[in-house]
Write a protein that binds this ligand. Structure first.
Ligand code: SF4
Length: 224
């Protein structure tokens, strides 16, 4: 028997993936740009308006190299890693770093409920703040605001007037509009978009009003 310490092979980083698909970016600064989406499986939250509950479970284990090979099939430099809550899987940070190393323009959609301190600084973070109508507002990790840079975006999905007033208070309390761009999005099917647009203009808020483009083009279908 050898006295040499046994070599332990390092297993490739794996992630559970719900879907990888090519579509138009439906939200945020890159809206309308052809983008590859990597949707990771799992989320610890249960927002009332969630439209991706199909990503809570199931999925397929894939190593990071295989995910990247799939991303490379598409002729775009834009990649969005989403969920579920992608940061619920610790190897997500590896995937993000490797995509950045390959010079992709990488964005991450995250619930704001998990610390973003391990995310590569080259990644554009689109960080949700969960409003009261989501019924998950107690999960907000407001210390995440310390890790934002000017390229990042903070998103409020607004379901009613109470959500709107609450969001205004959060922006003022944390001086969010000095840190990065803020997105206000009407909750699909719950708040009339024109009403939210009128409130934003009435109060002269320094926010970007947005629709979810993909919902207007394709409705609630998954994988678009
Ligand atoms: S954080 Fe996103 S994926 Fe998770 S429950 Fe809320 S809306 Fe759904």
């Amino acid at each position: 028997m050898s006295n040499q310490p046994e070599q332990i092979a390092r297993l490739p980083a794996r992630l559970k993936v719900t879907e990888i698909f090519y579509s138009l970016q439906g939200e945020a600064r890159n809206v309308g740009l052809p983008t590859v989406f990597v949707r990771l499986t799992g989320c610890p939250l249960r927002c009332t308006y969630c439209d991706t509950a199909y990503a809570f479970s199931g999925g397929e284990w894939m190593d990071v190299t295989t995910i990247i090979d799939e991303v490379k099939r598409y002729k775009t430099s834009h990649v969005t890693v989403t969920g579920g809550e992608p940061l619920a899987q610790k190897n997500c940070a590896d995937l993000l770093k490797q995509l950045c190393d390959l010079d992709y323009d990488v964005s991450l959609e995250t619930s704001g409920a998990i610390l973003v301190d391990t995310v590569d600084t080259r990644v554009v973070k689109i960080l949700d703040v969960k409003t009261p109508a989501s019924e998950e507002d107690d999960k907000n990790r407001f210390e995440n605001f310390e890790f934002l840079n000017a390229e990042d975006q903070v998103k409020f999905v607004i379901c009613d007037e109470n959500d709107y007033l609450w969001s205004k208070q959060i922006i003022a309390r944390y001086q969010l509009d000095d840190k990065c761009e803020i997105l206000f999005s009407p909750c699909h099917g719950q708040l009339d978009a024109t009403t939210l647009a009128d409130w934003v203009l009435r109060d002269q808020l320094n926010v970007r009003f947005q629709f979810q483009l993909h919902k207007h083009l394709w409705g609630d279908k998954p994988g678009v």
